[in-house]
Design a protein around this ligand. Sequence first.
Ligand SMILES: Nc1nc2c([nH]c(=O)n2[C@H]2C[C@H](O)[C@@H](COP(=O)(O)OP(=O)(O)OP(=O)(O)O)O2)c(=O)[nH]1
Length: 129
Amino acid sequence: MNGVIVGAALVRDGKLLAQQRGWPADHAGQWELPGGRVEAGESDAFALARECSEELDVVIEVGARVGEDVPLPGGKVLRIYAASLVSPGGEPRAVEHRAVRWLGPDDLDDVDWLPADRVLLPDLRALLS
Ligand SMILES: Nc1nc2c([nH]c(=O)n2[C@H]2C[C@H](O)[C@@H](COP(=O)(O)OP(=O)(O)OP(=O)(O)O)O2)c(=O)[nH]1
């Protein structure tokens, strides 16, 4: 099984999009980047675009890697890519999550990130400067 979880660092107007999980119970209420598992036969970029379509109902363009792979429980890794909205007018909406929020540099520490995302905060912050 492919052990890569891809995440999108979606930036618009100097703000990063974060989404709040509603499930499972032990992660409910915590915040993460849009994304998910790379399925067999998918490239990272394809999987990321698919997840953003499913989760946010937006079309994205995938850019460069952000930070290093972060190990996750079960031998998986979290791999982040910079991303932008293809149609800036289209507003992401929380299709599968509890909420979405655009975070400026001063807001990044305000939300309860999943542990792996917390590791990446310096790299994410650098994207906003
Ligand atoms: N999408 C996403 N998952 C993250 C992040 N940080 C982090 O630790 N994870 C973990 C939570 C989950 O254990 C795993 C991804 O789960 P998921 O539920 O988003 O993946 P998926 O949509 O492919 O769901 P599934 O088919 O594996 O059930 O990675 C993040 O920033 N974004």
